[in-house]
Design a protein around this ligand. Structure first.
Ligand code: PLP
Length: 423
């Protein structure tokens, strides 16, 4: 069936919110998406029927245990991993701080960590603090500020026999550029370093396959892909077995449970299943529009992947419309890849500046007109700094996703025209 955005929108009750008699336009998706009905259904059902602690002999406890196992299976299919390699936790940042402590137990003063200036602080600060605690050396890979991509030509120079870990993003949350994680993994493994990937901005937009990436850890967050505020961390089983977990003594020593601190937040896990069911539904409904539907190790994975692929094609169309419209204005600078031929190197997140307009003034105006977008550094401190945009107040970031319509992009562009007229 041809892609039907209105059918998709019917699955998102949050999109029905209005301001001044008009639907609110949600283009704040890179900061957090609206939640699919399947997520709400799963979470409600969990809190009614599966509300007990784990390990009991009674029905609600058994059901809760089954739910945790099911959520791990779903997330494993999502990332193409094994279910005992899936750790759920509060969010990407908290999971990364925790794992950085475990990894740090194997490091010594003088060891080196490679970070990038294209990363969100969630994949920078935990490693900076670890370096401070242990006396590690940090080396940086820069952003290529002309191409808006990570300058991977610097990889060879920053990797040394002392490199123990490379922390890198899969997609930048400002430019939308995609990183060649496989190339990073191959190079890092060449010197025996681990690779820790932040896939928070990639996960809503494209298929993740940790087997193909060859990395060691990968983290993402379900609230960026239509689910609840909860994080997922994948780690290779060998590493999870070997590493020491910071945990209470009574907790299991088996993986992945040894990395789960305290009581699992089951309703969030149920919500994650609901979010992945949404991808699956999109795949089932519209997957036949794909020239080559992706394969999978089982039917669920194939459908999940088809849904993501369908969304990607549609999202790119929205991003193209947005960039073309913004470029009509003299002086607008797209902070990212803007030519259609290279769209396979980016996700649909579009950031821009327009001197002398302050990003915050633009997004305030948009908010007054029922259009949700973000401004500032969006926690990509190094990226904004390297682009010289810190004094300027960062960028305006507009993030279309599969439930946005072409009319909404037009509404954003019309509103921007009006903003400019008023200045
Ligand atoms: C690229 C990227 N990494 C990490 C994070 C932090 O994610 P969390 O809120 O799950 O800690 C974000 C949040 O916006 C992000 O965009």
């Amino acid at each position: 069936m041809a892609y039907d955005v209105h059918k998709v929108r019917d699955h998102f009750p949050g999109l029905k919110r209005q301001m001044g008699g008009r639907d609110i336009v949600f283009l704040d998706n890179p900061a957090g998406t609206q939640v699919a009905q399947s997520v709400l259904d799963r979470m409600t059902d969990c809190m009614i029927n599966t509300n007990a602690n784990l390990g009991g002999f009674f029905a609600t406890s058994v059901a809760a245990g089954e739910l945790v196992a099911e959520a791990r299976e779903w997330a494993a299919d999502f990332l193409n991993a094994a279910s005992n390699e899936i750790i759920f936790g509060q969010n990407m940042t908290t999971l990364t701080f925790a794992m950085s402590r475990s990894i740090g137990r194997e490091l010594q003063a003088g060891d080196e960590i490679v970070l990038t200036r294209a990363d969100h602080d969630g994949n920078v600060a935990p490693w900076l603090m670890l370096a401070e605690d242990l006396g590690l050396t940090i080396r940086w890979i820069d952003l290529d500020t002309k191409r808006f991509e990570l300058d991977l030509s610097q990889l060879d120079a920053v990797l040394t026999p002392r490199t123990r870990l490379v922390a890198v993003n899969y997609a930048n949350n400002i430019t939308g550029s995609i990183t060649d994680v496989k190339a990073v993994s191959d190079a890092a493994h060449g010197v025996g370093a681990l690779v820790y990937v932040d896939a928070v901005q990639y996960a809503p937009h494209d298929i993740i396959d940790v087997q193909q990436l060859g990395c060691d850890f990968l983290a993402c967050s379900a609230y960026k892909f239509y689910g609840p505020h909860y994080g997922i961390l994948w780690g290779k089983a060998d590493h999870l077995e070997r590493l020491t977990a910071y945990k209470v003594r009574a907790a299991s020593n088996a993986i992945p449970d040894k990395f789960v601190t305290g009581t699992t937040n089951r309703e969030e896990l149920a919500g994650i299943i609901g979010a992945l069911e949404h991808f699956q539904w999109v795949g089932r409904e519209f997957g036949d529009t794909l020239e080559t539907p992706p394969s999978g190790r089982n039917e669920r994975q194939a459908l999940l992947r088809a849904g993501i692929e369908v969304m990607k094609v549609y999202d790119h169309g929205l991003a193209h419309q947005l960039i073309a419209g913004l470029k009509q204005h003299d002086g607008v600078r797209i902070i990212g890849i803007d030519d259609l031929q290279n769209f396979n190197r980016r996700v649909s997140t579009v950031s821009f500046t327009h001197d002398p307009h302050r990003p915050e003034d633009i997004v305030r105006f948009m908010a007054e007109h029922g259009i949700n977008v973000w401004s500032g550094h969006n926690y990509a401190l190094e990226t904004i700094d390297q682009l010289g945009l810190t004094p300027h107040g960062g960028v305006v970031r507009v993030g279309p996703t599969h439930y946005n319509t072409h009319e909404e992009i037009d509404r954003f562009l019309d509103c921007y025209d009006r903003y400019l007229q008023q200045r």
